[in-house]
Structures are given as C-alpha cells and as structure tokens.
Design a protein around this ligand. Structure first.
Ligand SMILES: Nc1ncnc2c1ncn2[C@@H]1O[C@H](COP(=O)(O)OP(=O)(O)OP(=O)(O)O)[C@@H](O)[C@H]1O
Length: 262
C-alpha cells in the first residue's frame, strides 16, 4: 500500500432500513492524517453511515475499503483485525459507570490489547492517555463525579487506548459549552498531528466543523444523496446548493428548499 493510498474508501454505498432508502451513491475517500466531517440535516443518515463504517451494520450495497480490504466482504477474522485498528467515541461517551476513568481506558487493552502487557503497564498507558486529554488528576474518579466535557475527553482517551489508525467521533461536542467544545477541537487536531490517524467526525456544530474539518461530505435527506463534497470552509465559500448554503451560514432556507426535511 503506497503512502498516498487513502485510509478509507467508500464506494457506491446504498443505505437503507428494510425497504426505506436512506442514502444512495455515497462515495468518498478519507486521506490519512485528515479530519473528515459527515454533515447534513437531521435524519439524513449521518449516524447510519457511521454504523456502516465501524462495522455495526452492513450497507444495502457498495463498498467500505480499509487499505486493500473490503470490510463487508472480509471474513470475520479479517473484520476483527480491521476493527482492532478503530477507536470510537460514541455519543455521550458511553463510559462504564461502575469503573473509574483509568479502568474505562484500560478496558480495550484488557479485551483486545497485547496479551503480554501487564496490568501495571496497562495502568501506566491509561495514565499517559488521561494526561494527554488533561485528566491526569481524575484517573481514579467515577464517571458520575466528572463533568460532561471531562466525560468526552475520557471517552477520547479510551478510544485511543489501542493506538487506532482510524478514529470515529459521533457528535463529540454535543452538549458541551463553547469553551469545552473549543478545547475538544484543539485536542482532536493535536491527536491527528501526533498519531497520524484518519479521523471521521459526525457533527453539526458549525464552529467545530469549520475548525477541524479538512474534508467532508454533505448528505441530503430529500434527494437521498450527497449534495456536496469538500472542506467545510471551502463549501462555505463556494457551495451554491441552497440547503448547504443556508445550513453552513445558520440561516433558514427558502421554504421550497425545506420541504420534506425533518
Ligand atoms: N433502526 C432503524 N430503523 C428504521 N429507520 C431508522 C433506524 N434508525 C434510523 N432510522 C431512520 O433513518 C434515517 C436516518 O437516521 P440517522 O440517525 O442515521 O440520521 P442522522 O443524520 O444521524 O440524524 P440526526 O442528526 O437527527 O442524529 C432517519 O429517518 C431515521 O428515522
């Protein structure tokens, strides 16, 4: 695989729940070491696309390629191997409430990590990751003892536990105040620099998607197809689709453009 090979290639994806079509003709590439944003209005299929990417739900048709491997055609062992290279921050961080932050971060190491790593080594790595996200003093606290922003950062530390090549973040700034959200953006950019991971983010937080997005795709709930591709900042300047134009400027679109949207 050459250095220029994209980290992820999505080709001709068709997304559906039974006979209900969500999106079709979804194709894009995510470059290594870039932040790719999945954009679009409510109900257009952003979370569904993420499910197809992280192996939670097969698409109705099309391909998701990681390097040379077609994820949905691969056998279970090959899929497992690909999934081990993923780090996922779910909405709401999804921390285990009865485990301390350090134990939460150590969990992927215990489940899928290097079996030769001792508990002390796992703890050391968890502390390093918690320090990276500014939570070194909170390692032994439980999730209900910390704020929402801290939970997101702890979730991010856990997503990084196995040094992922692919990092998936579902609405990372949802529910955060603007300052915590800004700090999280900076952390995401810093992680991209440090780890070279390909980062895929679902967000409709405008300041955040402009701050961190190197590239992206805009899904449309009415035509059930992508209607724009490119860096959010570039789309803000040059995309003339009326819905994308209004969305990125936080304007109310003309009535006929809004018809049929949730
Ligand atoms: N399990 C399911 N079965 C049937 N339809 C579903 C299911 N999950 C989601 N949908 C529908 O699929 C469409 C896309 O949902 P999805 O959650 O992917 O959108 P989204 O862009 O992430 O939305 P939001 O921004 O509101 O979170 C919606 O119309 C939703 O109602």
């Amino acid at each position: 695989m050459s250095a220029n090979t994209p980290a992820i290639v999505v080709h001709g994806l068709r997304m559906a729940y039974g006979s209900k079509l969500i999106q079709e003709e979804v194709s894009f590439e995510v470059a290594k070491g870039s932040v790719f944003i999945i954009m679009g209005g409510s109900g257009c299929g952003k979370s569904t696309l993420l499910k197809h990417l992280i192996g939670l739900m097969p698409p109705a048709a099309g391909q998701v390629l990681y390097g040379d491997h077609d994820y949905w055609l691969a056998d279970e062992a090959a899929r497992d191997a690909i999934r081990r290279r993923f780090g996922v921050l779910f909405q709401g961080a999804a921390l285990f409430s009865t485990m301390t932050l350090a134990e939460n971060v150590m969990l992927p190491m215990k489940l899928n990590g290097d079996r030769r790593q001792s508990a002390a080594e796992q703890r050391e790595r968890a502390e390093t990751l918690l320090e990276l996200v500014g939570l070194s003093a909170a390692a032994d606290l439980l999730p209900n003892e910390i704020s929402g922003g801290m939970k997101k950062r702890a979730g991010l530390a856990r997503a990084l536990a196995l040094e992922p090549e692919y990092l998936f973040l579902d609405e990372p700034s949802a529910g955060l105040d603007p300052i915590s959200s800004r700090k999280l953006d900076e952390l995401i950019l810093d992680l991209r620099e440090r780890t070279g991971a390909a980062v895929v983010v679902v967000t409709h937080e405008l300041p955040s998607l402009f701050a961190i997005g190197d590239d992206g795709i805009f899904l449309d709930a009415v035509s059930k197809r992508p209607i724009a591709r490119g860096a959010p900042k570039q789309l803000l300047e040059s995309c003339d689709h009326p819905f994308v134009h209004a969305f990125l400027r936080r304007e109310v679109p003309p009535e006929d453009v809004e018809d049929g949207r949730e």
